[in-house]
Design a protein around this ligand. Structure first.
Ligand code: GDP
Length: 329
């Protein structure tokens, strides 16, 4: 891995907005470079109750990825996993559509116990991250419940995990909804991170804009803080060559009747971002984007890729801060 860089000078803080697997890869690189200067605000729209447990899939992906506990073969869950619980559950007729590994289960059981005892999700996640020796701060987007659901053409409204895991993203999506968003409050920690006078950059990770980043932006106040931030807001596109690296981003774009291009991603984030980083394979698209853009190798296969992309995106943010972004003087 590359040595920690002196990205964005040696002081100041950076906030990353992140969903699950795609976002967590860049958050890993940012965390490696920035350590305690980084706060990762994570989507909780995918959270749900299952078997009596509170599950936070994106938060857990970030916790496992940043502490090198992620299962890279499966692409989700914990490494060195065993499945005795699932086998025993099947024996007694329990629901088997959502896999919970034996080690993974510990996080869900302890989180649920602490939430029932009245602890905030924020405090629980900050504590888990500390126990996993993650130097960066990981924050849920809100302590209030915001629940993503998908309005499908043929199967009605599906809660997110039923759509994503049980139905494997097959139903055609007509609309994405965020129940509870109107009354959700951002936590004091999220507000402080985004309004800090030390803030040097906000990085929108290459997560699914519709399913992972939009829920976060639906929490009242977060979009406004991004708009008011004195630091540049930079997104890394999750679309490469008209396709998603993984998951249903491009499929959903097509179902919503919009082209799976970087121009669509730029338009989607609109005035919320000052810059978009796209993949070198899409260099020809750069002139069509309604935002300052730059190219990089954005496909993250190795830890080095993650750190290099993190360096590139921080350097881009620094350039925007120095030269003025177009939107901000
Ligand atoms: P999920 O909640 O686990 O689906 O994860 P995210 O929403 O964080 O990430 C899904 C998105 O990440 C998809 O749109 C992918 O195209 C994108 N993605 C995954 N890996 C990469 C990568 O290495 N580079 C880029 N640019 N995008 C990626």
């Amino acid at each position: 891995m590359s040595a920690p860089a002196k990205a964005l000078g040696e002081q100041g803080t950076v906030v990353a907005l992140c969903g699950g697997v795609g976002g967590a890869k860049l958050a890993f690189g940012l965390s490696h470079l920035l350590g305690e200067r980084l706060t990762v605000i994570v989507n909780t729209g995918d959270d749900f109750e299952h078997l009596g447990l509170h599950i936070s899939p994106d938060i857990d992906t970030v916790l496992y990825t940043l502490s090198d506990r992620a299962n890279r073969e499966l692409g989700w869950g914990r490494k060195d996993e065993s499945w005795n619980f699932m086998k025993a559950l099947a024996e007694i007729g329990g629901e088997g559509w959502f896999q919970l590994g034996d080690r993974d289960l510990a996080l869900h059981v302890e989180r649920t116990r602490r939430m029932r005892a009245g602890d905030r999700l924020t405090d629980i996640v900050v504590d888990f991250a500390r126990r996993f020796a993650i130097p960066s701060r990981i924050l849920p987007m809100s302590d209030d419940a915001v629940r993503t659901s998908v309005v499908t053409r043929d199967e009605g409204v599906l809660p997110f995990q039923r759509y994503f895991v049980e139905r494997r993203c097959q139903p055609v999506v007509e609309e994405v909804q965020f129940q509870g968003a109107d009354s959700a409050r951002m936590s004091a920690e999220v507000e402080a991170a985004l309004s800090s006078a030390d803030l040097r950059a906000v990085i929108v990770c290459p997560s699914n804009p519709y399913l992972s980043i939009d829920p976060l932006l639906s929490v009242p106040g977060i979009s406004q803080l991004l708009a008011d931030a004195s630091a540049p807001v930079v997104a890394v596109s999750p679309i490469i060559g008209g396709q998603a690296v993984k998951g249903p981003t491009a499929k959903i774009m097509s179902e919503l009747g919009i082209p799976a291009t970087n121009a669509t991603i730029a338009d989607h984030y609109g005035d919320l971002i000052d810059g978009l980083m796209i993949d070198e394979a899409d260099a020809a698209e750069i002139g069509q984007l309604a935002v300052r853009a730059t190219i990089s190798a954005t496909l993250m296969r190795t830890d080095d890729d993650r750190c290099r992309l993190a360096e590139d995106v921080l350097a881009f943010a620094e350039t925007l801060a120095e030269t003025g972004s177009g939107r901000r003087p």
